[in-house]
Write a protein of this length. Structure first.
Length: 71
């Protein structure tokens, strides 16, 4: 792998209080004139990405204007 980077697994608690470990990495999201630094889950097997509602609001997204439907 060229220029590879390693990221530590971070502990997270699920709804039942059990601890799980997942690889998170720092990313900067930008939308129009807004930017925010967040921690993103590194999921190399994912077929789609999901943006949390609250983060979209911080970026200035108007969710009622989003027309993409997930089936």
């Amino acid at each position: 792998m060229l220029n590879g980077e390693k990221y530590s697994f971070a502990s997270q608690f699920n709804r039942s209080g059990e601890v799980s470990y997942a690889p998170y990495l720092p990313i900067i999201l930008s939308y129009r004139n807004q930017s925010i630094e967040v921690m993103g889950l590194l999921d190399t097997g994912a077929t789609m990405n999901v943006l949390p509602y609250e983060i979209g609001l911080q970026l200035g997204a108007v969710w009622d204007e989003q027309t993409f439907v997930i089936s």
